[in-house]
Design a protein around this ligand. Structure first.
Ligand code: ADP
Ligand code: MG
Length: 628
């Protein structure tokens, strides 16, 4: 696969003029902002010295949105107005949210197919909530750097699709930030460790955060990163460890699992503190208030913790295996492993990962901060502060992009795993004589039938000059930019009439959706190929019958009565089998029709030549011959 290079903006910056740029890790649980100052990359703290900003926003009628730690204080008392984990909702449609939303304590409304959260401050889209988080980080950076930011790099999970990336960009725009680039989180982590300066090789990035687990396999080649595979579990993270510990506490304290939402939240937070304490200590004491001044008092040991969390940590190794398999690798191929996410602080997680990959993982950079630090290094570069250095970061398209063709078949234009940015073009033609418009349907997925893929967008190309079927040349171009956003254009080559669309689909895909679609594609590969042959034959039958009818209409006088009988019989036969399910029968019927019309075709050709010699237009001759 040829690697596409990304040209870096801002190369012409005047020397010594340092531009303020920042890297932002917009996390599900926590967000951070980092910057490069005097050659040192560091995350920025708030007035209280906190580097992490909990990705939580509290909305009320009276005051402006409250972001971060102060917002988390409202979680127990006013959960509906305390929005956490909004990243899960980014770029999702109402249907997705009905599914995800069950785990979230918020009320949603449907605004033109897009979900909005009902809060005391009105109905808010996930993009608006994210913008409030970004605004807090922007303020922190500008206060601390003493100036306005020129631009930022924001990180997103490698599996984020167009809609989720676009939603992230929209949130940045809403917060008044200029996005230099969206960067994949694993790539940012690798950059933070300077692996891009390393020898070529394959690296694994293991990211266990609060709500999600992601494993990414990156290949560094000629100074360029490429995502070879990603896998993960969108419902597995530190929160699940907390839940396992909470259940244990409730069991020990004899608290019914029908406890109030408020008490559950409280126990969950106690469990989390206990878990984090056990990262350094061997034992932790736990106290749960039971009301009326009463408490339950207990102890949790490291050994007990391991018993509770081991099955969950073990669960992260399944996607690791899957990612390796997808990339056609074994653990022996992995040169180094980078740890990302607060949960990889746990010694138990480090042990399991070391055992699995058979090498000591990188943990030197704070796993909470590593993504933001990599983003800051990129932002510094993209802002033009290092004109001599060149860094190329490449990502891939998770699922193939294509166009619907006749017979509801998918023609793939950009295959899955193509590195981005990329541009691909393919020529299409008209199906019917005199066709002046074309309906374009952009789809994503690996299957052969449109109905098995995901519909991204539809648009039309109008103003095609009328020609015989198959004569028009419509060039359809797919362009995916460095942020993974898709633009599709269609242009008729002779007149230059053009139409295009930017894909901003309202329904996102989760990594588990992607995985499911890939599995299905593998499972149905043989079946799909057969269906494709059948559909193509059906379309061909229609085309042949249409063309023949038009020819008879035009030159029926060239036929003898016997020929008419034969042709009509063959035509009738083809018509009767054309929509059937036997590819072979349709093919034979087309061949049969071809045989009985061969003389007719050559006679038409002769007649056309005679007409042409009689001073008729050459164009007409060309069209006629192509027609026949
Ligand atoms: P996200 O990427 O989802 O925003 P983070 O990477 O910030 O999440 O990780 C948050 C998770 O890390 C939480 O579940 C938190 O409990 C866990 N965590 C943070 N510090 C520790 C620690 N010292 N020991 C164990 N878990 C920790
Ligand atoms: Mg994270």
């Amino acid at each position: 696969m040829s690697l596409l290079q990304i040209s870096e903006p801002g190369q012409a910056t005047a020397p010594h003029q340092h531009r303020l740029a920042a890297g932002i890790d917009l996390g599900t649980t926590n967000s951070l902002v980092a910057t490069v100052r005097s050659g040192i990359t560091e995350t920025l703290a708030d007035e209280d010295g906190h580097h992490l900003l909990p990705s939580v926003v509290y909305y009320s009628q009276a005051q402006a949105p409250v972001v971060g730690y102060p917002a988390t204080e409202h979680a127990a008392t006013d959960p509906q107005n305390t929005i956490a984990s909004v990243k899960r909702l980014m770029g999702r449609g109402v249907a997705d949210v009905q599914h995800i939303g069950k785990e979230l304590p918020y009320d949603f409304t449907d605004k033109d197919g897009m979900p909005e959260l009902k809060t005391a401050a009105g109905n808010l889209s996930p993009v608006q909530v994210s913008a409030d988080i970004l605004l807090a980080l922007k303020k922190r950076a500008e206060d601390s750097l003493g100036g306005e930011l020129t631009g930022v790099v924001i990180t997103v999970p490698a599996y984020f699709d167009d809609a989720q990336r676009q939603a992230t960009k929209d949130a940045a725009t809403l917060a008044g930030l200029k996005v230099l680039r969206l960067l994949n989180e694993p790539t940012a982590a690798a950059v933070a460790y300077g692996l891009d300066k390393n020898a070529e090789g394959i690296y694994a990035i293991y990211d266990l955060g609060g709500g999600t687990f992601d494993i990414s396999i990156l290949r560094l080649q000629r100074g360029v990163f490429e995502v070879m595979a990603t896998a993960g579990d969108s419902a597995l993270g530190g929160d699940d460890l907390d839940r396992a510990i909470s259940l244990w506490i409730m069991q020990q304290a004899n608290i019914a699992d029908t406890a109030s939402r408020q008490l559950s939240r409280q126990i969950q937070s106690i469990a989390r503190t206990a878990k984090e304490t056990l990262t350094l200590e061997d034992c932790v004491s736990i106290a749960v208030p039971l009301g009326d001044g009463k408490h339950w008092q207990g102890e949790l040991s490291r050994a007990q913790l391991h018993e509770l969390v081991d099955p969950l940590i073990q669960k992260t190794l399944l996607p690791c295996r899957r990612a390796l398999r997808d990339a056609n690798l074994t653990t022996a191929d992995i040169k180094e492993v980078v740890m990302v996410g607060g949960s990889t602080r746990m010694p138990r997680v480090r042990d399991k990962v070391r055992d699995f990959f058979g090498c000591e993982p990188h943990v030197d950079i704070d796993p909470d901060k590593v993504v933001a630090i990599g983003a800051a290094i990129q932002a510094d570069l993209l802002a033009g502060n290092k004109p001599d250095e060149e860094m190329l970061l490449l990502d891939v398209i998770p699922l193939s992009l294509g166009i619907e063709t006749m017979g509801s078949l998918v023609e793939k234009i950009v295959p899955r795993n193509t590195t981005i940015p990329t541009g691909r073009a393919q020529d299409f033609t008209t199906f019917k004589d005199g066709q002046t418009a074309m309906a374009l349907h952009v789809v994503q997925g690996e299957r052969d039938l449109v109905s098995d893929c995901r519909s991204l967008a539809r648009f039309e190309l109008r103003g095609i000059p009328p020609m015989v079927a198959g004569a028009a040349r419509i060039r359809v171009t797919f362009q995916v930019d460095a942020d993974g956003l898709l633009n599709v254009s269609a242009e008729e080559q002779t007149t230059g009439v053009r139409s295009e669309i930017s894909v901003k689909p309202s329904y996102g895909l989760s990594d588990s959706d992607i995985e499911r679609m890939l599995l299905e594609a593998n499972a149905h590969a043989g079946e799909d190929a057969q269906t494709r042959m059948l559909r193509e034959q059906q379309v061909e039958a229609d085309r042949v019958m249409d063309a023949l009818k038009a020819a008879i209409q035009a030159d029926g006088n060239l036929l003898t009565e016997a020929e008419v009988v034969n042709i009509e019989a063959a035509l009738l036969h083809l018509n009767s089998v054309a929509q059937g399910t036997d590819t072979q029968t349709i093919r034979q019927a087309i061949e049969q029709l071809d045989i009985v019309t061969r003389d007719f075709a050559s006679r038409r050709m002769d007649s056309a030549i005679r007409k042409a010699m009689a001073g008729r237009g050459v164009n007409e001759f060309m069209e006629d011959s192509e027609h026949a």
